[in-house]
Design a protein around this ligand. Sequence first.
Ligand SMILES: Nc1ncnc2c1ncn2[C@@H]1O[C@H](COP(=O)(O)OP(=O)(O)OP(=O)(O)O)[C@@H](O)[C@H]1O
Length: 622
Amino acid sequence: MTEAPEQITISWKGINVYALPQSPGCCRRPPPEAQPKHILKDVSGIVKPRTLMAIMGASGAGKTTLMNILNSRNRGKLVLQGDVRLNGIEADREMIAGVSAYVQQDDLFVGTLTVREHLRFRALLRMDRRLSKEKRLAKVEEVIQELGLSKCADSVIGTPGRIKGISGGEMKRLSFASEALTNPPLMFCDEVTSGLDSFMAQSVVQSLRTMVSKGHTILCTIHQPSSEVYDMFDEVLLLAEGRVAYMGNKDGAIDFFQRNGFTCPKNYNPADFYILTLAIVPGNEGEGRKRVKQICDQFKGTQETVCMEEAITEVNKKSSQNYSALKELIDVKRYGASYFQQLRSVLWRSGITTLRDPLVLRVKLIQALVIGLVLGLVYLKTDNDYTQDEVMNVNGIIFLVITNVTFTNVFSILNSFPLEVPVFLREYGSGLYRVDVYYIAKSLVEIPSLVIVPFLFITVLYWMSGLYYDAESFLVCAGIGILGANVAASFGYIVSCSASDVSIALAIAPPLIIPVMLFGGFFLNNGTIPDWFIWLKYLSWFKYANEMMIVNQWRNIDSIECENSNGTASERCFRNGDAVIDSLNFDKGNQYLNLGLLFALIAGFRIISFLALYIRARRSSS
Ligand SMILES: Nc1ncnc2c1ncn2[C@@H]1O[C@H](COP(=O)(O)OP(=O)(O)OP(=O)(O)O)[C@@H](O)[C@H]1O
């Protein structure tokens, strides 16, 4: 059996929350007459261990705001008055995070893992590092049993709309199981049953009841529970217009409303009745507000309020006795696992995700093969006797190679990475791993695809299109293409880590790539770039890769026919490869410099994208 957690009583007193007036647009101040919005108004409450509390109220009542204040997350720029206490001790963010878990409304998982693998991954990263691996894995099995996940333990979690996986109810239970591994004494759950049918909703709340019976304190916001689900809660907190309309034993709520002239009809779901009674109906706001004010004012004078305030005072008095036990709980490290354990686990997960979802790699390989074949057929040539018009073709192929590896790799990152960011932010926020661990693991796992795919494309195109027939030149060309693909992917990461979603990433990438492409030496001669744009030339991996590939192609060509393929005399004649290189203002002596600059761009872009991800992660967890 799971050991009982330390017991936590959470209390809050005189909570007032204000949202400051927002500016109506960029660079504009809010109008001087704008007042802060008073969201929560003098809200107090207490929840003791072994209690499952439902926070309910109409939409906009302040449930989410209260939950965020109590668990000290997602507060944004709200102004807070009042205090939140754990076992009577005034709690700061670290303290709350140290003893609690937050099960958020949307379940975010890596869909390719099975339920058991996901829980093992979390157990290795999140549980106390002093526990042996065997104990952690045993805990995973216990949690699987307790939360009724045995049937689906080896099923893949799935990704809605892509990979069929476990049901919505199982996913919700898996969210609880993920948090239950660390046995947090206090749990906050947002919208626990939304999107579930009544049977699933009951089974999820039953899981919470099991945890509560072991000593956990659990607070849930819940929308329209069925009577059966409502009956499973011990206590209820009803919010209306940011005020407490009722808080206490759920059976007492019926009496309280009845005493004030609001009788719940027989066979009517009490939860629906409270929400309807406390709702402000559009078109009849005046009456609704009067009713809410009356109920909230009445509740302030009730015995329930007096008892609640006494209970808060009582627990506050004992705060000094509780301090050392609580301190021990909180003194856990930010990360449950060592750096190398984090790296090993995240690498394992990234690897398994790539292997189990081979479709992406397969599509990339087929795409490389098809584009290589099509371009190869267009430029088909099987010897190294070049005519003047073939010089232009060869230079075109070289630029096409760089353009293709750039666009396929940038857009593949833009289309995939922003979708993974929410899972990363959630896991980073829960202290699973560091940003650098995630970034390094991700970068290492994708190396094979960043090598194999461009290599396949260049192999097909190189030999079909009459580029210089020589194994060494081919390998140099493939190597430059692979480097170009890596610079492009690193650039894709800068955009993906800075943009908030896929559509924004896709919108900002082309205007950033096009200038870099323009200075690649194909559309604009390298010697004619205006001085004020020279700096852009230095950021252009197109320029470095193009110069290297052009030199690699032409440096061994000693003579070129002075006529076109159809036998006509060409107006301009490049007599040998060097003449072609010179005409583009490229320099044979720049090969090593260009190579170094390509590596420098990879390193620079990776560092910038890492910093962008780091800033984003820090912001989202503050
Ligand atoms: N940062 C904010 N700035 C301005 N107003 C806010 C902010 N956060 C919340 N509010 C307002 O405070 C009120 C309560 O919002 P909250 O999200 O807590 O309600 P809720 O009961 O959770 O609603 P729902 O059930 O619809 O999610 C709403 O009127 C909302 O518009």
